[in-house]
Design a protein around this ligand. Structure first.
Ligand SMILES: [Zn+2]
Length: 299
């Protein structure tokens, strides 16, 4: 199965061990343990531009956070299936870059790193983003305490439990099989000529299929049906999970309906081949959704 960028970290997350204080203390004391350092969604890099790896107690976490145990891996970066072995890997959200380190953006790094490393830094950044933004209880406003190796925040006042967020976003390629075209839109802030799939957050009280139809309608006034799931992608900017779909055009003329898009229109295979549209970068699930349609047409 093909895995999208930012997924496939190949760590054993050892989630069943997160409440075991003695086991966690032994992992913390492992001299081979290392930590990635994130600052506000960016990753600390060493002098060679590689992800900085430090001892887990070498960098102070942002106030109100701890070093999060991402999981265990062996020396080759493979996941381990035995929780007595493997090297612990932590993520520390810091207030600023450690001395001598610089910060790099995940979108730039994922182009340079392999699948596993790219996914691991995305996982670290997502955990850092959550802790940085959720130090206070959403229910009563009190400072919360970290539990479960960084996978829960507990409110000591109202006893609420808070867990790391993942916000579902639907992203979809609208296909018109009659004219063999796809519907793409562009935002004004994107590079000139860039067009991509429509996308939007899932709202409370709707299914993924309903969210796809609603977002396409809101952004383009087009109606769709036959919503088919394709693949998904963690998108830690700051906490999304992109859920990718193909869907079928069912009526309406594309038109801008809100300020979110600068343009939305149909593209033929020829338009995509001759550079009429600058497509999303290869690491984005939007590109995979488009490429899969192009590939299916070649069969
Ligand atoms: Zn509370």
């Amino acid at each position: 199965m093909e895995v999208n960028a930012f997924a496939g970290a190949a760590l054993d997350r050892v989630s069943w061990r997160r409440g075991d204080a003695a086991w966690l203390a032994a992992r913390w004391a492992d001299p081979a343990a290392r930590a990635l350092v994130t600052v506000g969604g960016e990753l600390a890099l060493d002098a060679d531009g590689a992800p900085l790896l430090v001892a887990p107690d070498a960098v102070a976490p942002l106030e109100g956070t701890i070093a999060v145990l991402l999981g265990l891996r062996d020396d080759t970066g493979e996941p381990v299936q035995d929780d007595a072995h493997g090297t612990p890997l932590y993520a520390i959200e810091a207030a600023e870059a450690p001395a001598g380190a610089r910060l790099g953006g995940l979108r730039d790094l994922v182009v340079l790193l392999g699948q596993r490393e790219g996914a691991t830094i995305a996982y670290a950044a997502a955990m850092g983003n959550w802790h940085r933004r959720h130090r206070y209880c959403a229910n009563c406003g009190s400072a919360t305490e970290v539990r479960d190796a960084g996978f829960q925040r507990r409110c000591p006042v109202c006893q609420a439990h808070h867990f790391p967020r993942t916000d579902p976003v639907v992203i979809m390629l609208v296909v018109d099989p009659e004219t063999d075209r796809v519907l793409l839109g562009r935002q004004a802030a994107w590079p000139a000529g860039r067009y991509s799939c429509l996308a939007g957050f899932v709202e409370p009280g709707e299914s993924l299929e309903e969210a796809v139809a609603r977002e396409v309608g809101e952004e383009s006034a087009v109606r769709v049906d036959d919503v088919v799931y394709r693949s998904s992608q963690p998108w830690p900017f700051p906490a999304s999970l992109m859920l990718g779909f193909h869907c079928r055009y069912a009526g309406g003329e594309p038109q801008r309906r809100d300020e979110e898009l600068q343009d939305v229109r149909w593209f033929s295979r020829a338009d995509l081949a001759d550079g009429t549209a600058l497509l999303p970068p290869p690491h984005a699930i939007a590109r995979r959704l488009i490429d899969e349609w192009l590939d299916e047409g070649d069969r």
